[in-house]
Design a protein around this ligand. Structure first.
Ligand code: HEM
Length: 360
Protein backbone atom coordinates (compact mmCIF):
# COMPACT_ATOMS: atom_id res chain seq x y z
CA UNK A 1 0.00 0.00 0.00
CA UNK A 2 1.18 3.57 -0.67
CA UNK A 3 2.14 5.54 2.44
CA UNK A 4 -0.56 7.86 3.70
CA UNK A 5 1.23 9.57 6.51
CA UNK A 6 -0.91 12.65 6.76
CA UNK A 7 -4.61 13.12 7.45
CA UNK A 8 -7.16 11.08 5.53
CA UNK A 9 -9.33 14.19 5.17
CA UNK A 10 -8.24 15.51 1.80
CA UNK A 11 -10.23 18.75 2.08
CA UNK A 12 -8.62 19.63 5.43
CA UNK A 13 -5.15 18.73 4.10
CA UNK A 14 -5.60 20.93 1.06
CA UNK A 15 -6.94 23.87 3.10
CA UNK A 16 -3.87 23.60 5.35
CA UNK A 17 -1.61 23.79 2.29
CA UNK A 18 -3.61 26.72 0.86
CA UNK A 19 -2.88 28.72 4.02
CA UNK A 20 0.90 28.31 3.66
CA UNK A 21 3.52 30.44 1.94
CA UNK A 22 6.81 28.67 2.72
CA UNK A 23 8.76 30.34 -0.10
CA UNK A 24 7.43 33.80 0.85
CA UNK A 25 6.13 33.90 -2.69
CA UNK A 26 2.89 35.88 -2.19
CA UNK A 27 4.27 39.13 -3.60
CA UNK A 28 6.12 37.51 -6.48
CA UNK A 29 3.12 35.44 -7.54
CA UNK A 30 0.91 38.51 -7.41
CA UNK A 31 3.08 39.79 -10.27
CA UNK A 32 2.84 36.60 -12.32
CA UNK A 33 -0.26 37.56 -14.35
CA UNK A 34 1.46 40.77 -15.51
CA UNK A 35 4.62 38.83 -16.35
CA UNK A 36 2.50 36.37 -18.35
CA UNK A 37 0.87 39.24 -20.27
CA UNK A 38 4.40 40.44 -21.16
CA UNK A 39 5.57 36.86 -21.84
CA UNK A 40 8.52 37.84 -19.64
CA UNK A 41 10.43 34.57 -19.50
CA UNK A 42 13.52 36.18 -17.96
CA UNK A 43 11.40 37.35 -15.00
CA UNK A 44 9.96 33.83 -14.64
CA UNK A 45 13.35 32.11 -14.75
CA UNK A 46 14.75 34.57 -12.18
CA UNK A 47 11.73 34.14 -9.88
CA UNK A 48 12.07 30.34 -10.07
CA UNK A 49 15.77 30.49 -9.20
CA UNK A 50 15.32 33.07 -6.42
CA UNK A 51 12.47 31.23 -4.71
CA UNK A 52 13.29 27.63 -5.34
CA UNK A 53 16.97 26.92 -5.76
CA UNK A 54 18.19 24.99 -2.72
CA UNK A 55 14.87 25.11 -0.85
CA UNK A 56 14.37 22.06 1.33
CA UNK A 57 11.88 20.77 3.89
CA UNK A 58 10.89 17.51 5.56
CA UNK A 59 7.26 18.59 6.04
CA UNK A 60 4.61 17.25 3.67
CA UNK A 61 2.36 20.31 3.71
CA UNK A 62 5.31 22.67 3.22
CA UNK A 63 6.52 20.60 0.28
CA UNK A 64 3.08 20.72 -1.35
CA UNK A 65 2.77 24.49 -0.89
CA UNK A 66 6.26 24.99 -2.36
CA UNK A 67 5.48 22.68 -5.32
CA UNK A 68 2.31 24.70 -5.93
CA UNK A 69 4.17 28.01 -6.16
CA UNK A 70 7.13 26.74 -8.15
CA UNK A 71 4.62 24.94 -10.37
CA UNK A 72 2.85 28.18 -11.28
CA UNK A 73 6.18 29.71 -12.28
CA UNK A 74 7.53 26.66 -14.13
CA UNK A 75 4.29 26.14 -16.10
CA UNK A 76 4.27 29.83 -17.09
CA UNK A 77 7.87 29.61 -18.25
CA UNK A 78 7.25 26.48 -20.33
CA UNK A 79 4.05 28.00 -21.75
CA UNK A 80 6.05 30.92 -23.21
CA UNK A 81 9.22 28.98 -23.96
CA UNK A 82 8.63 25.23 -24.41
CA UNK A 83 12.41 24.67 -24.58
CA UNK A 84 13.18 26.57 -21.38
CA UNK A 85 15.85 24.99 -19.24
CA UNK A 86 14.44 23.61 -15.97
CA UNK A 87 17.72 22.00 -14.93
CA UNK A 88 18.37 24.58 -12.21
CA UNK A 89 15.05 23.96 -10.44
CA UNK A 90 14.67 20.27 -11.23
CA UNK A 91 16.57 18.92 -8.16
CA UNK A 92 14.38 21.06 -5.87
CA UNK A 93 11.18 19.87 -7.56
CA UNK A 94 12.22 16.23 -7.34
CA UNK A 95 13.21 16.58 -3.69
CA UNK A 96 9.93 18.28 -2.80
CA UNK A 97 8.00 15.62 -4.70
CA UNK A 98 9.64 12.88 -2.67
CA UNK A 99 8.64 14.62 0.57
CA UNK A 100 5.11 15.40 -0.68
CA UNK A 101 4.81 11.83 -2.02
CA UNK A 102 3.39 13.30 -5.22
CA UNK A 103 4.46 14.23 -8.75
CA UNK A 104 7.20 16.90 -9.05
CA UNK A 105 4.98 19.61 -10.52
CA UNK A 106 1.67 21.44 -10.25
CA UNK A 107 -1.53 19.36 -10.32
CA UNK A 108 -5.25 20.02 -10.38
CA UNK A 109 -5.02 20.17 -6.56
CA UNK A 110 -2.27 22.81 -6.38
CA UNK A 111 -4.19 24.85 -8.96
CA UNK A 112 -7.52 24.67 -7.11
CA UNK A 113 -8.07 23.23 -3.61
CA UNK A 114 -4.53 24.12 -2.41
CA UNK A 115 -4.74 27.58 -3.95
CA UNK A 116 -5.58 30.31 -1.41
CA UNK A 117 -8.72 32.41 -1.77
CA UNK A 118 -8.74 36.22 -1.60
CA UNK A 119 -5.71 38.41 -2.26
CA UNK A 120 -3.29 35.46 -1.96
CA UNK A 121 -5.00 33.56 -4.83
CA UNK A 122 -2.48 32.32 -7.38
CA UNK A 123 -3.34 32.38 -11.08
CA UNK A 124 -1.78 32.57 -14.52
CA UNK A 125 -3.98 35.45 -15.63
CA UNK A 126 -6.23 36.12 -12.62
CA UNK A 127 -8.98 37.19 -15.01
CA UNK A 128 -12.66 36.89 -14.01
CA UNK A 129 -12.77 33.76 -16.17
CA UNK A 130 -9.84 32.13 -14.41
CA UNK A 131 -11.39 32.87 -10.98
CA UNK A 132 -14.64 31.20 -12.10
CA UNK A 133 -12.71 28.24 -13.47
CA UNK A 134 -10.69 27.74 -10.26
CA UNK A 135 -13.71 28.27 -7.96
CA UNK A 136 -15.80 25.77 -9.96
CA UNK A 137 -13.17 23.07 -9.81
CA UNK A 138 -12.60 23.74 -6.07
CA UNK A 139 -16.32 23.28 -5.31
CA UNK A 140 -16.54 20.11 -7.40
CA UNK A 141 -13.33 18.61 -6.00
CA UNK A 142 -14.33 19.25 -2.38
CA UNK A 143 -17.74 17.64 -2.91
CA UNK A 144 -16.20 14.65 -4.69
CA UNK A 145 -13.65 14.26 -1.87
CA UNK A 146 -16.51 13.80 0.61
CA UNK A 147 -18.00 11.16 -1.65
CA UNK A 148 -14.67 9.32 -1.88
CA UNK A 149 -14.40 9.36 1.95
CA UNK A 150 -17.81 7.74 2.37
CA UNK A 151 -17.42 5.15 -0.35
CA UNK A 152 -13.89 4.24 0.75
CA UNK A 153 -15.22 3.84 4.33
CA UNK A 154 -17.75 1.31 2.96
CA UNK A 155 -14.98 -0.53 1.21
CA UNK A 156 -12.99 -0.70 4.45
CA UNK A 157 -15.91 -1.56 6.74
CA UNK A 158 -15.84 -5.03 8.30
CA UNK A 159 -19.63 -5.07 8.56
CA UNK A 160 -20.80 -3.17 5.54
CA UNK A 161 -24.57 -3.14 5.32
CA UNK A 162 -27.08 -1.92 2.81
CA UNK A 163 -27.96 1.27 4.68
CA UNK A 164 -24.35 2.38 5.00
CA UNK A 165 -23.78 1.76 1.31
CA UNK A 166 -26.98 3.54 0.28
CA UNK A 167 -25.94 6.57 2.35
CA UNK A 168 -22.52 6.58 0.65
CA UNK A 169 -24.10 6.30 -2.79
CA UNK A 170 -26.24 9.31 -1.81
CA UNK A 171 -23.08 11.25 -0.99
CA UNK A 172 -21.59 10.31 -4.37
CA UNK A 173 -24.82 11.42 -6.01
CA UNK A 174 -24.50 14.83 -4.30
CA UNK A 175 -20.83 15.14 -5.30
CA UNK A 176 -21.56 14.39 -8.94
CA UNK A 177 -24.41 16.89 -8.88
CA UNK A 178 -22.03 19.61 -7.64
CA UNK A 179 -19.62 18.62 -10.42
CA UNK A 180 -22.38 18.86 -13.04
CA UNK A 181 -23.57 22.27 -11.83
CA UNK A 182 -20.06 23.69 -11.77
CA UNK A 183 -19.38 22.45 -15.26
CA UNK A 184 -22.51 24.34 -16.34
CA UNK A 185 -21.18 27.49 -14.67
CA UNK A 186 -17.93 27.19 -16.60
CA UNK A 187 -19.80 26.41 -19.82
CA UNK A 188 -21.92 29.55 -19.42
CA UNK A 189 -19.03 31.81 -18.38
CA UNK A 190 -15.96 30.80 -20.35
CA UNK A 191 -16.01 30.68 -24.13
CA UNK A 192 -14.11 27.98 -25.99
CA UNK A 193 -11.98 30.76 -27.45
CA UNK A 194 -10.99 32.04 -24.00
CA UNK A 195 -10.34 28.61 -22.54
CA UNK A 196 -8.49 27.14 -25.52
CA UNK A 197 -6.44 30.18 -26.49
CA UNK A 198 -5.81 31.88 -23.16
CA UNK A 199 -5.98 29.38 -20.29
CA UNK A 200 -5.20 25.94 -21.70
CA UNK A 201 -1.63 26.88 -22.80
CA UNK A 202 -0.72 27.26 -19.10
CA UNK A 203 -1.19 23.52 -18.54
CA UNK A 204 1.67 22.17 -20.68
CA UNK A 205 3.28 18.80 -20.14
CA UNK A 206 6.69 19.05 -18.52
CA UNK A 207 9.74 16.82 -18.55
CA UNK A 208 11.29 16.25 -15.12
CA UNK A 209 13.58 13.54 -13.78
CA UNK A 210 13.68 11.96 -17.24
CA UNK A 211 9.95 11.59 -17.73
CA UNK A 212 6.99 13.62 -18.95
CA UNK A 213 4.34 14.81 -16.52
CA UNK A 214 0.96 16.06 -17.74
CA UNK A 215 -0.46 19.40 -16.67
CA UNK A 216 -3.32 19.88 -14.19
CA UNK A 217 -6.59 18.57 -15.62
CA UNK A 218 -9.99 17.03 -14.99
CA UNK A 219 -8.69 13.49 -15.34
CA UNK A 220 -6.82 14.06 -12.05
CA UNK A 221 -9.99 15.06 -10.17
CA UNK A 222 -11.42 12.68 -7.51
CA UNK A 223 -14.04 11.46 -9.96
CA UNK A 224 -11.19 9.16 -10.98
CA UNK A 225 -11.26 7.49 -7.53
CA UNK A 226 -15.03 7.06 -7.81
CA UNK A 227 -14.49 5.53 -11.25
CA UNK A 228 -12.11 3.01 -9.71
CA UNK A 229 -14.58 2.17 -6.94
CA UNK A 230 -17.69 2.07 -9.14
CA UNK A 231 -16.61 1.22 -12.70
CA UNK A 232 -13.68 -1.13 -12.20
CA UNK A 233 -13.13 -3.94 -12.77
CA UNK A 234 -13.41 -2.94 -16.37
CA UNK A 235 -15.11 -5.09 -18.91
CA UNK A 236 -12.91 -7.43 -20.94
CA UNK A 237 -11.67 -6.53 -24.40
CA UNK A 238 -10.13 -3.43 -25.92
CA UNK A 239 -12.29 -0.94 -24.07
CA UNK A 240 -11.46 -2.57 -20.74
CA UNK A 241 -7.75 -2.52 -21.55
CA UNK A 242 -8.03 1.15 -22.48
CA UNK A 243 -9.81 1.89 -19.20
CA UNK A 244 -7.17 0.05 -17.14
CA UNK A 245 -4.51 2.13 -18.88
CA UNK A 246 -6.42 5.39 -18.35
CA UNK A 247 -6.89 4.70 -14.64
CA UNK A 248 -3.25 3.72 -14.17
CA UNK A 249 -1.92 6.79 -16.00
CA UNK A 250 -3.96 9.22 -13.95
CA UNK A 251 -3.83 7.63 -10.48
CA UNK A 252 -0.20 8.81 -10.47
CA UNK A 253 -1.36 12.42 -10.05
CA UNK A 254 -3.61 11.81 -7.04
CA UNK A 255 -2.71 12.62 -3.43
CA UNK A 256 -1.29 9.52 -1.65
CA UNK A 257 -4.42 8.71 0.37
CA UNK A 258 -6.48 8.55 -2.84
CA UNK A 259 -3.75 6.65 -4.66
CA UNK A 260 -3.87 4.08 -1.86
CA UNK A 261 -7.67 3.75 -2.22
CA UNK A 262 -7.25 3.14 -5.97
CA UNK A 263 -4.32 0.72 -5.68
CA UNK A 264 -5.97 -1.36 -2.95
CA UNK A 265 -9.35 -1.39 -4.71
CA UNK A 266 -7.89 -2.51 -8.02
CA UNK A 267 -5.94 -5.23 -6.25
CA UNK A 268 -9.08 -6.47 -4.46
CA UNK A 269 -11.09 -6.45 -7.70
CA UNK A 270 -8.42 -8.38 -9.54
CA UNK A 271 -8.24 -11.02 -6.82
CA UNK A 272 -12.04 -11.28 -6.85
CA UNK A 273 -12.18 -10.39 -3.16
CA UNK A 274 -14.28 -7.26 -2.86
CA UNK A 275 -17.09 -7.02 -0.29
CA UNK A 276 -17.93 -3.58 -1.73
CA UNK A 277 -18.48 -4.96 -5.21
CA UNK A 278 -20.51 -7.87 -3.82
CA UNK A 279 -22.68 -5.52 -1.78
CA UNK A 280 -23.14 -3.16 -4.76
CA UNK A 281 -24.60 -5.98 -6.80
CA UNK A 282 -26.35 -7.99 -4.11
CA UNK A 283 -29.68 -6.42 -3.31
CA UNK A 284 -32.19 -5.02 -5.81
CA UNK A 285 -32.40 -1.80 -3.80
CA UNK A 286 -28.67 -1.12 -3.95
CA UNK A 287 -28.46 -2.22 -7.59
CA UNK A 288 -31.18 0.28 -8.47
CA UNK A 289 -29.36 3.12 -6.67
CA UNK A 290 -26.06 2.07 -8.24
CA UNK A 291 -27.57 2.14 -11.72
CA UNK A 292 -29.24 5.51 -11.03
CA UNK A 293 -25.92 6.90 -9.85
CA UNK A 294 -24.11 5.80 -13.00
CA UNK A 295 -26.80 7.57 -15.02
CA UNK A 296 -26.23 10.64 -12.87
CA UNK A 297 -22.52 10.50 -13.76
CA UNK A 298 -23.54 10.45 -17.42
CA UNK A 299 -25.47 13.67 -16.79
CA UNK A 300 -22.06 15.23 -16.17
CA UNK A 301 -20.19 13.30 -18.86
CA UNK A 302 -22.45 14.16 -21.83
CA UNK A 303 -22.42 17.97 -21.39
CA UNK A 304 -18.73 17.85 -20.46
CA UNK A 305 -18.00 16.12 -23.75
CA UNK A 306 -19.93 18.87 -25.53
CA UNK A 307 -17.72 21.50 -23.86
CA UNK A 308 -14.60 19.57 -24.82
CA UNK A 309 -15.82 19.13 -28.42
CA UNK A 310 -16.62 22.84 -28.73
CA UNK A 311 -13.07 23.60 -27.60
CA UNK A 312 -11.42 21.04 -29.87
CA UNK A 313 -13.42 22.37 -32.82
CA UNK A 314 -11.44 25.63 -32.67
CA UNK A 315 -8.04 24.04 -32.05
CA UNK A 316 -5.61 22.43 -34.48
CA UNK A 317 -6.57 18.91 -35.49
CA UNK A 318 -5.37 16.24 -33.06
CA UNK A 319 -5.10 18.68 -30.12
CA UNK A 320 -5.01 17.11 -26.68
CA UNK A 321 -6.48 17.99 -23.31
CA UNK A 322 -4.04 18.87 -20.55
CA UNK A 323 -4.15 15.23 -19.45
CA UNK A 324 -2.86 14.20 -22.87
CA UNK A 325 -6.08 12.72 -24.31
CA UNK A 326 -8.30 13.46 -27.28
CA UNK A 327 -12.08 13.72 -26.92
CA UNK A 328 -12.19 10.03 -27.81
CA UNK A 329 -11.21 9.35 -24.19
CA UNK A 330 -14.47 10.99 -23.13
CA UNK A 331 -16.37 8.79 -25.64
CA UNK A 332 -14.79 5.72 -24.03
CA UNK A 333 -15.69 6.84 -20.50
CA UNK A 334 -19.30 7.41 -21.58
CA UNK A 335 -19.41 3.98 -23.20
CA UNK A 336 -17.98 2.27 -20.10
CA UNK A 337 -20.36 4.12 -17.74
CA UNK A 338 -23.35 3.29 -19.96
CA UNK A 339 -22.54 -0.38 -20.21
CA UNK A 340 -21.94 -0.66 -16.44
CA UNK A 341 -25.30 1.03 -15.81
CA UNK A 342 -26.97 -1.60 -18.00
CA UNK A 343 -25.26 -4.45 -16.11
CA UNK A 344 -26.34 -3.06 -12.74
CA UNK A 345 -30.02 -2.77 -13.57
CA UNK A 346 -32.10 -4.52 -10.88
CA UNK A 347 -32.20 -8.28 -11.31
CA UNK A 348 -35.44 -9.77 -12.58
CA UNK A 349 -37.44 -10.98 -9.59
CA UNK A 350 -37.01 -14.72 -9.29
CA UNK A 351 -37.27 -15.28 -5.57
CA UNK A 352 -40.30 -14.91 -3.37
CA UNK A 353 -38.31 -12.64 -1.06
CA UNK A 354 -37.74 -10.03 -3.74
CA UNK A 355 -41.02 -8.19 -3.10
CA UNK A 356 -39.89 -7.71 0.50
CA UNK A 357 -36.56 -6.41 -0.76
CA UNK A 358 -38.37 -3.75 -2.73
CA UNK A 359 -40.32 -2.48 0.30
CA UNK A 360 -37.43 -2.46 2.72
C1 HEM B 1 -13.66 24.50 -20.07
C2 HEM B 1 -13.19 23.66 -20.90
C3 HEM B 1 -12.89 22.21 -20.69
C4 HEM B 1 -12.32 21.42 -21.62
C5 HEM B 1 -11.89 21.84 -23.01
C6 HEM B 1 -12.17 20.10 -21.06
C7 HEM B 1 -11.61 19.04 -21.73
C8 HEM B 1 -11.33 17.83 -21.19
C9 HEM B 1 -10.60 16.75 -21.83
C10 HEM B 1 -10.06 16.77 -23.26
C11 HEM B 1 -10.50 15.73 -20.96
C12 HEM B 1 -9.79 14.39 -21.20
C13 HEM B 1 -8.53 14.34 -20.36
C14 HEM B 1 -7.47 15.32 -20.77
O1 HEM B 1 -6.79 15.12 -21.79
O2 HEM B 1 -7.32 16.36 -20.08
C15 HEM B 1 -11.19 16.15 -19.76
C16 HEM B 1 -11.37 15.36 -18.65
C17 HEM B 1 -12.13 15.73 -17.56
N1 HEM B 1 -12.63 16.97 -17.27
FE1 HEM B 1 -12.66 18.53 -18.52
N2 HEM B 1 -12.68 20.11 -19.79
C18 HEM B 1 -13.11 21.37 -19.50
C19 HEM B 1 -13.66 21.80 -18.31
C20 HEM B 1 -13.89 21.01 -17.21
C21 HEM B 1 -14.49 21.45 -15.97
C22 HEM B 1 -14.93 22.88 -15.68
C23 HEM B 1 -14.57 20.36 -15.16
C24 HEM B 1 -15.13 20.24 -13.78
C25 HEM B 1 -15.93 21.10 -13.19
C26 HEM B 1 -14.00 19.24 -15.89
C27 HEM B 1 -13.88 17.95 -15.40
C28 HEM B 1 -13.29 16.92 -16.08
C29 HEM B 1 -13.22 15.56 -15.57
C30 HEM B 1 -13.80 15.05 -14.25
C31 HEM B 1 -12.50 14.83 -16.51
C32 HEM B 1 -12.18 13.32 -16.47
C33 HEM B 1 -13.04 12.61 -17.49
C34 HEM B 1 -14.37 12.15 -16.91
O3 HEM B 1 -14.37 11.71 -15.76
O4 HEM B 1 -15.39 12.19 -17.64
N3 HEM B 1 -13.60 19.68 -17.13
N4 HEM B 1 -11.66 17.43 -19.91
Amino acid sequence: MTTSFIGADQNADDLAVAAMDPLRADDVLAELPAANERADTAWMADALADLGAGFDTADVYTARAALRDLGFLAASLIRHDPDADLNGIEPTLLRLAAVADEVPRDTVYSYTTRNPVGPRRRGFLLSDEEHVFIDSVVAATQALNLAVDDLAACRDSADLDEDMLLAALGQVHDGVEVLRKNLRTVQRTITPDYFSNRLRPYFPSMSLGGRAYMGPGGAQMPLLVLDVLLLAPSEPGQLGAWHDGYLGENVLYLPPTHRAVCDDTLLAYRSGNSPLLRCLLESPRVRAEYAALLKRILRFRYPHRQVARANMAIRAEGSLGSGGYTVEALDHLIEITTSKAAVTLPLPRQRRGSADDRDR
